[in-house]
Design a binder for this molecule. Structure first.
Ligand SMILES: Nc1ncnc2c1ncn2[C@@H]1O[C@H](COP(=O)(O)OP(=O)(O)O)[C@@H](O)[C@H]1O
Ligand SMILES: [Mg+2]
Length: 261
């Protein structure tokens, strides 16, 4: 049985003039336990909406999202969601930001500070416990936001373009960190990105979504060796073949979405 499943999921939104459109139409996708699946597709095709449905933040008009066969309704404790808009609270220290999700779950102060301190050390943030978010670089802020989610030990991570705003070197370091984390914990990751290279470098499988309506168009198994380092895997001869094949389909979806032939 699949760990995560979108079964004929339909999500509609309304325009200001009262007309409605489908952000997701018959979306079907399964993710197996322990898989790292990368979701790509043209801007606006419904990638974020697909995650929001699973996280209980958007209700489908029909269809179901399932976790281990059970219909999901509302955010589940086993799911950690690193959304695009994820930000640290500016008035809290980094340590208290990392401890936030634990605080919301009632973990006692001393215990959550200890766990937060440990996680910060693992994420290369030692020494910044008492700093405020404004004193951190973009990459450090992202690490802290990830540490906050990891603190409650989620079995499933949903990540929505987590490193898009960062510079290439920082991004690559964090991508390797995600690979390490995934290999060490055996968690299941659904990783949304508009960056095809990143999707292939990380994923066991790349899932292509198409726009208007948003749905899964095609899936590509990524049979590159593991364990992977992002920089090394990009130079595998097979990498370029995969990238070319998926890019042809992705670019045709982008053109179709723009109404071009
Ligand atoms: N809360 C909302 N209300 C109205 N329209 C929305 C809402 N969320 C997303 N949309 C629309 O749904 C479509 C899919 O959006 P989204 O899932 O954010 O796409 P992606 O993440 O692939 O860029 C877009 O056309 C977007 O404008
Ligand atoms: Mg999005």
């Amino acid at each position: 049985m699949a760990l995560l499943e979108w079964k004929d999921v339909n999500v509609s939104f309304s325009f200001a003039d009262g007309s409605t459109f489908y952000a997701l139409k018959d979306m079907n996708l399964s993710v197996e336990q322990g898989e790292l699946v990368a979701l790509v597709g043209p801007s606006g095709c419904g990638k974020t909406t697909a995650l929001n449905v699973l996280a209980g933040q958007v209700a489908p008009v029909s269809g179901q999202v399932r976790l281990a066969g059970e219909s999901v309704d509302g955010m589940l404790p086993s799911i950690g969601y690193i959304s695009q808009a994820d930000t640290l609270l500016p008035w809290r220290t980094v340590l208290d930001n990392v401890a936030l999700a634990m605080e919301l779950r009632g973990v006692p102060t001393k215990e959550r500070r200890e766990i937060a301190r440990d996680l910060m050390a693992k994420m290369g943030l030692s020494g910044f416990e008492h700093s405020y978010p404004r004193e951190l670089s973009g990459g450090m802020k992202k690490r802290a936001a990830i540490a906050r989610v990891l603190a409650v030990d989620p079995a499933i991570l949903l990540m929505d373009e987590p490193f898009a705003p960062l510079d290439a070197l920082t991004r690559q370091k964090l991508q390797d960190d995600i690979l390490d984390l995934w290999e060490a914990t055996g968690c299941t990751i659904l990783y949304v990105t508009h960056d095809l290279t990143e999707a292939i470098a990380l994923g066991d499988r790349v899932v292509l979504m198409g726009a208007r309506p948003g749905r899964v168009v095609k899936e590509y198994p990524i049979d590159l060796p593991r364990p992977r380092r992002v920089m090394d895997v990009k130079f595998e001869p097979h990498f370029a073949e995969l990238e070319k094949a998926i890019w042809q389909d992705l670019s045709s979806e982008i053109r179709r979405g723009e109404g071009q032939p």
